[in-house]
Structures are given as C-alpha cells and as structure tokens.
Design a protein around this ligand. Structure first.
Ligand code: SF4
Length: 498
C-alpha cells in the first residue's frame, strides 16, 4: 500500500513489486474504493504468514550482532536507521530509508566499507527458471525492490554499490548485479528495468498514466479479481481471448478495441507482407486470435479439433496429478484415477508429514503403483508432473534412476494432454485452457466450492497444524476430482470433430 495522500504518494518497494506483476494493481490499490476488494485469498494469507515466520527464523539464527529496528514505525524507524548507519552499525534489521519521493524498508542493511548494501529475506528461491543448463536468473519483482533501496542509499551518499542481495529459502545469499546485462540476448540491465518501472509507477501515482485490467492467471489470487473481471467483461476486453495477454492487447488497442471488433475485422487491413501493423503479433497469431474471438462470441459455440487426433489403446489408463507445496519444497500427494474398461478407482499416495522421509515414501509407493499397473497409459495435464518426478528422482536416487523416469514419461506411455493435445489440436469457446475451465465447460463440477492448487496447499498447511481428518479428506477429494476432470476431458476430446 502506498504511503501518504494522493498528492504525496511515496514510491515504495511494494508499489514497484505490484507494478511488475500488474500495472493496473498499482492504480487500483491507490485510487479504487477499498470496499470493492475481495477478501484476502487464504493462500495469499498463508504466503504472508510464511514470509513473516521465515524472516523471523532467519534473523533468530544470525550469528552476527545486529541492530533490530523491526518494531519501530514510520519516521521514528527512519531516524533510528539513519542514526545506526551514522554510527556504522554492521547489520541493521528492519530499518527504513527514504529520499525524495522514494521510501523503502529493506529487511537488511549491511555495512560494506564506508557504505551499505541492502538485502531482503525471501521465503522463495532467489532465482527463477533454474534448469540443467543454468542456475536461473534474477526475479524482476525482487530486483525492482532491491534497486529502490539501492537508489535511496545512493541519493543519501550511503551506497556501497549496486550489488544488493536476497537471502532465500534455500539458505543461500543470491547477489543481484544491478548493472550487469540480464543475459547474452537481453543486454538491458536490471537497473534500467527499475528506472522504467519507477517512471511508470510515478506516472500512475500522479494520474498521468491510465491503466487497464488484463485477464491473466495472476488475477485469481488478486483482491481485485471480481471488480476487474466485471470490468473486462463490460469492456469485452481482448485479453479475455486465451493467450492474448496484456502486451498483445495493448498493441491491438490502437486499431481494435474489443473482441467483437476483432471478430468482425477484415484482417487484410492490418497485414503488410509477412507482418502485421501490431508489434510482436505475426499474421498467423492474429488469425488465431480472431478465430478465438469468433468462437467465444458465437451463439451455441462448441469446441472443435484443429486436426485429427488419436490416442493409444490401453486396457489400463492412469489419470495422474500431483500436489506440491513449493514453499516447503515438498510433493505431498500423488493421485491416480485408474480406469480399466468400465471400472474406475482413485488411488493416492500421501506424505502425512512435510518431511523428506514421508515425501520419499509416498514417491516410492506411487512409482511402485505405476510399475505394477504396466502396461498402461498415463495421462497428465502440463509438464508439471514430469518436472516434479524428475526432481524427486534427483532428490532420492535410491528410489529409481533417471532412465526409468525418462521412460515413464515417454510419449509412447504417457500423454501430456495440455501440451500435446489441447493446445496444438483443439479450440475452445473459453477464456483459458486450464483443466478447471475445460472440464467445467464439459459439464464436470468439482465437489469443493473453492478448488485450486493454491487452496490445496493451504489445506495441507492446516492438516499439518491440526491433523483434522476432514481437512485431509478435502485434499484427497480435490485431487481425485482433478484426476476425474482429466478423464472427462480426454473423453470429451474424443467426441470432438474438426
Ligand atoms: S485482478 Fe488482475 S487485472 Fe485486476 S488488478 Fe488484479 S492482477 Fe491486475
């Protein structure tokens, strides 16, 4: 939340963080009636609580002396932070720094030579996108916050360099080199990204820039989701078209205002050779978006196949779904709907404790179940199950080897319904292609009134705290319904025509 009145809005780290996630969120938080907010999502509340307790844990384990300003507020906190830096204190926890229209509360200020560098304690990984070839790259939403602190220190003549850090969930200190190019292909630096974000946030805060909502997966956890959804539908916004998103919507807006206009448009007017007049949108993509707009707006629209699709015959089919808690880095449930002819049953393997022993036991038993079911076809939705099982194999190499996991997800034996079927082979009159949306369109209803992976994580947290059987049952029913939804989707797709 911004500090001060509209005329004196301070640019804070949380405004920049929200801007990176969604520019419209900044405007909504500053200017919209708070009464229109949805209640805080329980998963978001859990993230906040986890963040606070992780920070407390890290600070309690520090084996260095530090100045603790966490409990102070506002200008007193700022005054005490300045005094601590003037004394040259080595480590300052929970301080506040400000300069001009900028204000920030870095978790840590660490003396380095004659200056300070700022750091944040994060209950997530310090980098994102790690894979076999790379350790990952800095997270922009962390980088803009760290840049703000560094900027304030520079303006006060107290900076020891543009190299702030994150203490992350893995116990690592991750350095953010703000002046380094972001990669071999992306030459701009994080500092330049920060400068751009800062200018935009200032413009939004001063009402010089107008923002619009855009439909995205992030909306489901946002407290403006109902207000924004109503507005998007009222505007017949282009971002309601699957995969279109904010950037393409903004590019299209100069010539096409809404889905209805796109559906009716003569695309030839926008084409020039093998390009369109819209930045970042090629002719094929534009045609795809128009097709989708037409499908969404048609009366009695039905999904269809874009080309022939065939599925292997199998006596046994397993519809497979895992539940994980990324913050605890634990996979707590492997669920399977087993179908043999007319007979179905739900089989699950559950880690009753969020411990390595329990996670390993559940993984080993789930793997044993698949081995015992062979020959069978495994269906899953998106690459997540495969990624999780690869990670589990690396974590527990005595359970199985890389070759077995590779063979298990070989396309001859396993089908990723999302990447191999839904996206390349089908079109739907819906706003996205999530399993929830598509199975619901086909008439399936989850038993839980609030089904989501995020909600399941929150239930698992409650289960570990309370051992309440009804909470555990809710986790199982949700997972079972996810598995059944995949079977509904597979059968639904088999009935579609071109
Ligand atoms: S609901 Fe979506 S569009 Fe609206 S402010 Fe939140 S993230 Fe942005």
């Amino acid at each position: 939340m911004a500090e001060g009145s509209v005329d004196t809005v301070k640019i804070t780290a949380s405004l920049l963080y929200n801007y990176v996630r969604c520019p419209h969120r900044v405007a909504m938080d500053l200017f919209e009636d708070p009464e229109k907010r949805d209640p805080v999502n329980p998963f978001v509340q859990l993230l906040w609580d986890r963040g606070h307790s992780f920070e407390k844990e890290v600070v309690e384990q520090l084996d260095l002396p530090y100045t603790d300003l966490k409990e102070y507020r506002g200008f007193e906190k700022e005054r005490l932070t300045l005094e601590a830096m003037a004394r040259g204190d080595g480590l300052i926890y929970g301080g506040r720094i400000a300069a001009d229209d900028l204000a920030g509360e870095p978790d840590i200020l660490r003396r380095d030579g004659n200056g300070y560098i700022a750091g944040d304690i994060k209950s997530g990984a310090g980098l994102e996108g790690a894979n076999e070839d790379s350790d990952g790259k800095p997270k922009l939403h962390y980088a803009v916050q760290l840049s703000l602190y560094t900027d304030i220190l520079e303006r006060n003549g107290l900076s020891a360099g543009r190299n702030p850090f994150v203490w992350d969930v893995h116990g690592e200190e991750v350095a953010y080199g703000l002046d380094d190019p972001q990669g071999p292909r992306k030459k701009t630096t994080l500092w330049e990204e920060y400068g751009r974000a800062l200018d935009r946030v200032r413009d939004i805060a001063a009402r010089r820039a107008h923002t619009l909502p855009a439909h995205s997966s992030g909306c489901s956890l946002c407290h403006w989701r109902t207000a924004c959804r109503r507005r998007l539908e009222g505007m017949d916004d282009l971002s309601l078209i699957p995969d279109l998103g904010r950037t393409a919507r903004d590019a299209l807006l100069a010539r096409v205002k809404c889905r209805e206009e796109l559906a009716a448009a003569d695309l030839g007017a926008f084409l020039s050779g093998d390009k369109t007049c819209f930045r970042g949108i090629g002719p094929d993509t534009l045609r795809k978006f128009q097709e989708r707009a037409r499908l969404q707006l048609a009366t009695g629209a039905r999904p269809y196949l874009k080309g022939p699709v065939s599925f292997p015959q199998a006596e046994c089919e397993l519809f497979f779904d895992v539940e994980t808690d990324p913050m605890r880095d634990v996979c707590y449930l492997h669920g399977f709907l087993e179908r043999r002819g007319e007979n179905e049953r739900y089989v699950y393997f559950f880690a009753g404790e969020p411990t390595a022993e329990e996670e390993k036991r559940a993984f080993a038993h789930a793997l044993g179940f698949i081995r015992g079911s062979a020959p069978c076809m495994v269906y899953y939705y998106s690459a997540y199950e495969r990624t999780v099982w690869k990670r589990l194999q690396e974590k527990y190499p005595d359970v199985t080897d890389e070759e077995e996991i590779f063979a298990l997800f070989n396309p001859d034996r396993a089908v990723d319904l999302y990447h191999h079927v839904v996206r390349p082979k089908t079109e739907w009159p819906t706003c996205d292609h999530s399993i929830k949306t598509l199975a619901t369109w086909l008439g399936f209803a989850w038993r839980d009134p609030n089904p989501s992976g995020a909600a399941s994580i929150e239930w698992y947290h409650r289960w570990t705290q309370s051992r309440e059987p009804s909470v555990r049952q809710r986790i199982f029913e949700y997972n079972e319904d996810d598995c059944v939804a995949m079977r509904v989707l597979l059968d639904g797709i088999k009935k579609l025509s071109c």
